[in-house]
Design a binder for this molecule. Structure first.
Ligand code: TXA
Ligand code: MG
Length: 335
């Protein structure tokens, strides 16, 4: 891996990435270094997926448990065939419909994929990201890029280069800063090695959208924020997407709980879905969008900001318990 003095931060245009910046980042990746880059979901911490040392560096920089496998990013569906010998018909159709995009497909790995990438398991998670910077980097480097979200393990995923820098500065070689990532929540993870395919992590592509292509999708019991003891998907080892501040999800608008805490002297944040009611002095209220995709786009950014204001607690008004809110509920349920 190249010697690292400090993390190099380079700005890059999200819509027309500068080829010289991409070439520099691709060189770092090919030399075994670590580059954080934007995707359409969140920032990823990339390393050469075919280089076990580089991948070990990813685990180390994040403090990630070795048992939690990484997603491998590829430039197109053809590249999938270099990493797996089993590409089921469902995968053909899903890739056609959703790639590039925020859907990760778990398939049987072949021997090209180092064991460390898959945490020793027989399957590999693949996705073609939609962000122009990510695609340019994949094409310029000519290698598959293993990339978990670019945060310290169990923390909130980063939706800006500043979030990446705060968590990982001087632990990685380079950060490509293309501003805020548009999607804001991590990709949907779907296990293609079982029939019907099984949802391992809900995300920006909904189960209902997937079902329009493959028929039935198996939905394991997904963590819901107000369930007392949520059952987790066994495929998911990463159980926390947490800000440092304590989060409390409440049914109803949350005003009574916010008032109670504020009266007791707590410094309170409040993610609220409706603008009604008088403002509460001293309470950091944020009005969240009522559309699930817009809410998802803003959730982590809002929590990152509140996390830096020294609050004792953040009260979250739970969105409706409907399927279109599944990914948001899943993340709130893990905080
Ligand atoms: O949107 C995203 O998916 C972002 C961007 C950077 O692409 N990446 C991301 O990676 O969220 P990470 O590592 O934070 O989350 C990957 C999830 C983990 O929950 C992991 O357990 C699961 O995918 N995963 C990876 N490989 C798997 C496999 N072979 N079988 C089952 N689950 C797997
Ligand atoms: Mg992550």
């Amino acid at each position: 891996m190249p010697v690292m003095r400090s993390t190099k931060l380079l700005s890059i245009d999200a819509e027309s990435p500068d080829a010289s910046v991409i070439a520099e980042a691709a060189d770092v990746l090919r030399a075994g270094g670590l580059v954080a880059f934007p995707t359409e979901t969140v920032y990823g911490l990339g390393g050469n997926a075919l280089d076990a040392h580089a991948v070990a560096g990813i685990f180390k920089a994040k403090g990630r448990p070795a048992g939690n496998p990484l997603i491998v990013h590829i430039p197109n569906v053809q590249a999938a065939h270099t990493l797996t010998d089993e590409w089921p018909d469902y995968a053909v159709r899903l890739a056609e419909r959703f790639w590039p995009g925020p859907l990760t497909l778990v398939v049987k790995k072949n021997t090209v994929v180092p064991d460390i990438v898959t945490a020793g398991g027989p399957t590999v998670a693949l996705r073609v990201p939609k962000h122009k910077v990510a695609l340019a980097l994949l094409e310029a480097s000519g290698i598959p890029i293993a990339a978990p979200s670019a945060n310290r393990s169990s923390r909130l995923s980063p939706t800006s280069a500043e979030h990446v820098h705060r968590d990982l500065h001087d632990r990685i070689h380079m950060i490509l800063d293309a501003g805020v990532t548009p999607g804001g929540l991590e990709s949907t993870v779907l296990d293609m090695t079982v029939s019907p395919p099984r949802l391992l992590r809900p995300g920006l592509v909904s189960a209902a959208e997937i079902e329009t292509v493959v028929g039935l999708v198996e939905r394991p019991h997904i963590a819901v924020a107000d369930a007392p003891e949520p059952l987790r998907s066994p495929g998911l080892l990463e159980r926390h997407y947490s800000p440092r501040t304590r989060i409390e999800c409440v049914a109803g608008c949350g005003r009574a709980r916010v008032e109670e805490l504020a009266r007791g002297g707590s410094r309170v944040g409040w993610l609220s879905l409706d603008e009604g009611g008088v403002e509460l002095p001293g309470v950091q209220r944020r009005i969240m969008p009522v559309e699930p995709a817009d809410y998802a786009a803003q959730l982590y950014g809002t929590l990152h900001k509140l996390d830096n204001t020294g609050l004792d607690c953040i009260i979250v008004e739970l969105p409706p318990l409907t399927e279109e809110w599944l990914a948001v509920h899943d993340r709130l349920g893990r905080m």
